[in-house]
Ligand binder design. Structure first.
Ligand code: MRU
Length: 354
């Protein structure tokens, strides 16, 4: 690994001296590695909305450090005025993206930390918040490692694996979720062949997944999204591993747009379709996939974003949902840090969320 290998950078971090949230600006990858130092609410909100930091677990960690960084700067003499301002900032950050439950999960955890310590001084509450954000960060690394250890039990030597979007290290604190079994298998010399869907329209598969797997020395082949059927039909794919942004109580799974199509193809070709989900992404309060809010994003991401010139007529209508829902009957198993859940998910998921 060279010293500027992308895997040597922390996707999300905290700068003690500046009291700043640090992120890699992922919109510039793979060409430029730039670390952003964020201390202002609007900059943190924009970084999440614009996908400078993205991927459900990484958004959660960024939100935890982000709200701490903002809380540290709140000037208040009493708890009520501190908490009123904290809540305002929390709700603002929470409005940046709707689908990944890790955002509100992390912010609610930080909120509970404030409430649990309301009898302490404001300075002490701030210290508790810093410790909680660091705990969320450290846990994410442990959780991803565990997902890798459970996931590798479903992989054999020489497997072809297909993944969609980026559920890699760049979407988490380390290892990734869908990539955690892949990295572990690679370390153990399994000789996997990984196919990374490019993931239109924001190209997380091309810009991020193929980049980080290639940097790790994994045998990765980039394909356009519409090539998945073709590589599956050729028998090159033995398993699909994807991440997710929210798992409903019945096992319906929201993930990057295009995931449900991959699951339907996997079923057609008899390929197991595995979803890797930290329990922080399982939302037992959301009954089914129909109850998950799906983010819609600007038309220009489809028409212009990665092109030198617009590639569609100026006035043409665009539909740009960022996520879709894969029905639970297409999901072979959901791999969590606490074990592997299988259908019926309404029972097995409850046992995973401890
Ligand atoms: O819009 P993004 O890039 O945040 O979408 C990311 C995904 O859909 C990932 O698959 C999901 O968040 C899981 S990341 C471990």
């Amino acid at each position: 690994m060279s010293s500027d290998n992308i895997l040597n950078y922390n996707t999300v971090d905290f700068d003690e001296e500046e009291c700043a949230l640090l992120i890699i600006d992922q919109t510039k990858l793979p060409n430029i590695t730039e670390i952003l130092h964020l201390t202002k609410a609007k900059d943190i909100w924009d970084a999440i909305y614009e996908l400078k930091v993205r991927g459900a677990p990484a958004i959660g960690v960024a939100a935890a450090y982000g709200i701490y960084v903002l809380a540290e700067r709140i000037e208040a003499d009493d708890f009520d005025s501190f908490y009123a301002e904290f809540k305002k900032q929390k709700e603002y950050l929470d409005s940046s993206r709707p689908t990944a439950v890790n955002l509100s999960w992390a912010l609610n955890r930080m909120d509970s930390c404030v409430q649990a310590n309301k009898d302490l001084s404001i300075a002490e509450i701030k210290q508790k918040l810093k410790a909680e954000a660091k705990a969320i960060h450290a846990e994410d690394t442990r959780v991803c490692k565990s997902i890798g250890e459970h996931g590798i039990t479903l992989i054999k030597q020489g497997f072809g694996v297909l993944t969609h979007c980026n559920a890699g290290q760049l979407a988490t604190s380390k290892y990734g979720t869908a990539t955690a079994p892949i990295y572990l298998a690679h370390e153990k010399g399994y000789n996997l062949r990984v196919f990374a869907d490019e993931t239109r329209p924001l190209l997380q598969g091309a810009r991020l997944t193929s980049y980080e797997l290639y940097a790790a020395g994994v045998d990765v082949t980039l394909i356009c999204d519409n090539m998945a059927s073709s590589v599956m039909k050729k028998g090159w794919v033995d398993a699909v591993f994807v991440g997710c942004d929210r798992v409903a109580a019945n096992g319906d799974v929201a993930n990057k747009i295009g995931t449900s199509g991959v699951a339907i193809l996997a079923k057609r070709y008899g390929i197991p379709f595995y979803v890797c989900a930290p329990t922080s992404t399982i939302d037992l309060n959301t009954p089914t996939g129909d109850d998950i809010k799906i983010e819609e994003r600007p038309a220009d991401e489809v028409k212009k974003k990665w092109y030198e010139k617009p590639m569609a007529p100026e006035g043409v209508k665009v539909y740009n949902p960022a996520f879709d829902v894969t029905d639970n009957d297409l999901v072979t198993a959901i791999i969590t840090e606490n074990g592997i859940a299988r259908a019926p998910y309404s029972e097995s998921l409850k046992k995973m969320v401890r």
